[in-house]
Every structure is written in structure tokens, then in C-alpha cells.
Write a protein that binds this ligand. Structure first.
Ligand code: HEC
Ligand code: HEC
Length: 450
């Protein structure tokens, strides 16, 4: 009897032992790594295998999830093709500058994904901030690093009167349109007749609310109803440029194809599309490094403002980012609530409810898209970081902010993880999804047709 019990116990122990060992082998599919801070991390053995939760995240980052572009109710010509063609010409026209040499395309070069490759841009002068891409900005509720504009058309008016960028003023531009037969024709077919502006006392050739004292005094001397005439035409130029910019959308990247193959469980295609390192980098991006806290959605931006402790450029005056930008946009006569917007004022919720105070918006800057990021160096609002390796080091170290408080915490990435993350960022490049003629200057096209 006793023997039988002992025998049974031995058998049970053996079975249990087997079960436990089997369990162990299963767990070994993930290597447990212990790092310095005693956090146990799990490193995937198979970088191409994604849990259903991870697949959901990948799908949310893919262009497939990009909703159809909503209409821009603030701009009644936003989707008008005459306006986008007109805007295309304005975008590339260097006559629209005080020295005849600067166009929007000087700092937003199609071949550099509509950036300029410089830490700070070169126009009539040098700007304190880095140029940003225009691709996909039709989806953005805020424009500029500090979000001081709330529509594409209103944004376009900024550089035209900025002394460091195009450097002239609204009267100057309006006269160019009125005196050029082709421009005048296109303008009038969209917005109606341009009134007679030939009286140089009523409509000075150079005038606007700008820093140039002469042009500024000339603007002050104008009658309110004449200013109104000029403002309307100036605004309509912005609306036409915006109609062009709305066409600039990101095309499918290798990352988007990879997500599609992962979702359809096409293992072979996954391996063809992504190296092991790129797949691991994607895992770091959505997992350990939590980059998707801010770089999320198909454009890899939450369109919000964050302080990430980027060291200020030492030779520039302090830049407080959003906390100043929010006041500028609230007071801008060309904002969503202003008389020049075609928007129903009830629709201006973003502007009405945006946060105007608080620690979080001090030295906070707009989360930029990461689409095409490998092609748009240098990085950050004043081009403080030269390359992606340094960007990742910054996130890993999460230094304290010089102004305000950084939201970042240190990540403890290994050298391999950092390299993998950088490799992954290179998979986000893609051509601009627009017909080729919009990526060239229409002026070159006109010349070659002659
Ligand atoms: C001298 C260079 C320069 C010129 C010329 C220029 N830009 Fe920019 N652009 C910049 C810089 C620099 C920024 C960021 C400025 C800031 O945040 O203060 C910017 C930002 C933008 C943004 C914001 C993108 C975003 O994600 O918020 C858009 C859109 C844009 N520019 C369009 C234009 C248009 C349209 C024109 C022509 C009317 C133009 N730019 C002319 C340098 C330039
Ligand atoms: C708390 C929000 C937040 C998190 C988390 C975050 N970012 Fe950013 N990212 C930003 C903001 C804001 C900027 C612009 C900062 C500035 O210029 O001051 C930025 C800029 C960048 C840039 C430069 C892009 C350009 O065009 O200049 C890259 C690259 C980047 N982030 C990658 C990452 C990666 C990789 C991670 C994860 C390790 C990450 N970010 C995590 C908010 C965030």
C-alpha cells in the first residue's frame, strides 16, 4: 500500500516537473534582460512578431488610417483648382519679396521635402527658427513651431510681411497682382474685380503694419476702408497659396507597406520590407521609448505643444514657444474668429478652447511630423540638433529644460536599441503624393514651354 502511494507520488512529481519545465521553455521564447535600474525588460526573439495590441498601434500609425481631408471652411477656395494653380505660381514667385530673390520655395524646397536643410532659414535676413515641412499641414490645427497661426491661409501671410523672410508688405504685393495681367485675370476669376488702385496717395506702393518705419507710416496714413480693400486682396492671396499647399500629402512609405504586411500576417513580405533592426526600432518606438506619446496618428504628430528640454540656441533671444504663440494667435485679425475667415465662428473651437496658460506651454513647441524625417535635417525648432543619432541621444538622456519643465524621462536604451530606432526612422520616407508638376516651379515650366 505504502509503496503504491510513494510510487504514485513519484509519478505525480514527475508529471508536475515536466509541466514546469515545459512552461519554462515557453517563457524562454523571450529573453529576460536585467538592466542597471533592475527593471526586467523583455527583448523579443522574433522582431517581426507583433501582439494584437501592437498591431492595433501599428495600424493607427499607418497612412491607411489617415481620414479624408476635411473641408477647410475658413477658406472658400481651399479646394478650387484655379486657386491651387494660382497659389502654385505665388509659392514659387520671387517677385513677391523686397529684394526680388525670395519665394516660399526658397525655404520650402520640394527636393528637401519642403524644408531647406538649414538650422535657420535664409530669406531677406536670417530667421530665428528652422523651416518646417508643409507636407500634410492641411491636417494641422496650428501652424508654426509655436502655433501662432490657426489656418494655412493665415499662416501664408506671415512670411510675406516678415522682415527676415519675404521682407515687403501687403500693399507692395497687392500692386504686383493688380499690375500683372495674368495674375489679375486669375485673381478676378476667383474673387471678383480688383478696384482701381492707381491713386498712390490712397494706395501707397509700399505700406503695411510692418517693422519698416516708412511702410508702417504709409499704412497708418491710409483710410480704414482703403486698408480693408488691401486686406481682402492680401487675404485672398493667402487663401490661394493654401489651396496649393493642401495638395501636398505624404505618399506611402516602406513603413506603411510593412504595417500592411504585418496586419495580413505576410511574414515573407515583412522580412523583405524591414530589416531585423528596423523592426526592432519600430518596437522601441511604440514600446520602451514611448515616442508615440506625442508622435502618434498617421502623420506621427499629436499636433500639440510640448517642452522636451531642447537646449536653446545660445546666440538667440529666449524663445518661449507656445506661451507666446497662443497670445499671438488669439489676437491675430486673420484668425478663425476674425472677419476675413469664411468659417462659421461656432466652428472655431480649437482657437476658443486652447490652453493659454500653465507650466506645460512654457518653451513648448509643436510636435513635428516624423514622416520623411530622415530627409529633413537638422532638427528641432532652431535646428539645434544636427542629426538623428543626436536626437535619439537627447531623448535617451532627457536633460532638464533650461526654460520651463521638460516632459521627458530618461529611457535607458541600449546602443543596439538606439541604432535600431534610428534605422526605423529612415523607413518613414516617401515621395510627396501629388502630381509631379506641383513639385516644380511653374515658372521653369513656362520657360521650357516657350
Ligand atoms: C526665409 C525662409 C522662409 C520663407 C521665405 C518662407 N518660410 Fe515658411 N517657414 C519658415 C520657417 C523658419 C518656419 C518656422 C517659423 C516659426 O515657427 O517661427 C516656417 C513655417 C512654415 C509653415 C508651418 C508648418 C507647420 O507645420 O506648422 C508653413 C505652412 C509655411 N512655413 C509656409 C510658407 C509659405 C506659404 C511661404 C510663402 C508665403 C513661406 N512659408 C515662406 C521659413 C520660411
Ligand atoms: C512629450 C512629447 C514627445 C515625445 C515623447 C517624443 N517627442 Fe519627438 N518631438 C516632440 C517635440 C515637441 C519636438 C520639437 C521640439 C522642439 O523643437 O523644441 C520633437 C521633435 C522630434 C524630432 C525632430 C523633428 C524635426 O523635424 O525637427 C525627432 C526626430 C523626434 N522628435 C523623434 C522622437 C523619437 C524617436 C521619440 C521617442 C524616443 C520622440 N520623438 C518622443 C515631442 C515628443
Amino acid at each position: 500500500m505504502n509503496r503504491t502511494i510513494i510510487y504514485l507520488l513519484i509519478v505525480i512529481a514527475a508529471v508536475l516537473g515536466f509541466v514546469f519545465t515545459a512552461n519554462d521553455t515557453q517563457e524562454n521564447a523571450e529573453i529576460l534582460v536585467e538592466n542597471q535600474s533592475d527593471v526586467v525588460m523583455q527583448v523579443k526573439l522574433d522582431p517581426h512578431e507583433w501582439s494584437s495590441k501592437e498591431l492595433g498601434i501599428l495600424q493607427s500609425l499607418s497612412l491607411e488610417s489617415l481620414p479624408a481631408l476635411p473641408p477647410d471652411a475658413s477658406n472658400f477656395v481651399a479646394d478650387n483648382s484655379i486657386a491651387s494653380n494660382f497659389g502654385h505660381q505665388l509659392f514659387f514667385d520671387a517677385r513677391l519679396s523686397s529684394n526680388g530673390e525670395v519665394s516660399c520655395a526658397s525655404c520650402h524646397k520640394p527636393e528637401l521635402k519642403f524644408t531647406d536643410g538649414l538650422p535657420r532659414s535664409l530669406g531677406v535676413g536670417v530667421t530665428p527658427r528652422k523651416s518646417m515641412t508643409i507636407i500634410g499641414t492641411a491636417y494641422s490645427p496650428w501652424l508654426f513651431w509655436d502655433g501662432r497661426k490657426d489656418s494655412q491661409w493665415s499662416q501664408a501671410l506671415g512670411p510675406l510681411e516678415n522682415p527676415e523672410e519675404h521682407g515687403a508688405n501687403r500693399n507692395f504685393y497687392v500692386h504686383i497682382i493688380a499690375n500683372d495681367a495674368s495674375y489679375r485675370g486669375q485673381y478676378e476669376s476667383l474673387f471678383g474685380e480688383i478696384p482701381d488702385l492707381s491713386d498712390a496717395i490712397r494706395f501707397p506702393p509700399s505700406a503695411g503694419p510692418v517693422s519698416d518705419p516708412e511702410a508702417n507710416a504709409a499704412w497708418d496714413s491710409m483710410a480704414p476702408e482703403d486698408k480693408e480693400v488691401i486686406n481682402k486682396i492680401f487675404v485672398n492671396l493667402g487663401k490661394s497659396i493654401a489651396a496649393y499647399e493642401r495638395l501636398l500629402m505624404p505618399g506611402n512609405s516602406r513603413f506603411d507597406d510593412y504595417v500592411e504586411s504585418a496586419l495580413s500576417n505576410n511574414r515573407q513580405q515583412q522580412e523583405e520590407l524591414f530589416t531585423e533592426s528596423e523592426a526592432r526600432g519600430l518596437d522601441v518606438f511604440i514600446g520602451k521609448a514611448q515616442c508615440i506619446n506625442c508622435h502618434n496618428g498617421p502623420l506621427l504628430t499629436n499636433n500639440a505643444f510640448h517642452n522636451t528640454g531642447i537646449p536653446p540656441a545660445l546666440d538667440l533671444p529666449p524663445d518661449f514657444g507656445r506661451i507666446e504663440g497662443v497670445y499671438m494667435v488669439k489676437e491675430d485679425p486673420f484668425n478663425c474668429l476674425g472677419e476675413y475667415s469664411d468659417e462659421d465662428q461656432e466652428q472655431c473651437e480649437d482657437l476658443i478652447y486652447t490652453r493659454t496658460e500653465g507650466q506645460e506651454i512654457i518653451a513648448a513647441f509643436k510636435t513635428p511630423t516624423l514622416r520623411n524625417v530622415a530627409e529633413t535635417s537638422p532638427y528641432m525648432h532652431s535646428g539645434q540638433i544636427p542629426n538623428l543619432t543626436e536626437v535619439i541621444r537627447h531623448y535617451n538622456a532627457a536633460p532638464l529644460a533650461v526654460r520651463g519643465h521638460s516632459e521627458l524621462a530618461t529611457i535607458d536604451l541600449t546602443t543596439e536599441e538606439m541604432r535600431a530606432l534610428e534605422d526605423f526612422l529612415h523607413t518613414l520616407s516617401s515621395p510627396v503624393d501629388v502630381s509631379a508638376e506641383y513639385l516644380e516651379s511653374p515658372w521653369q515650366q513656362l520657360l521650357s514651354e516657350e
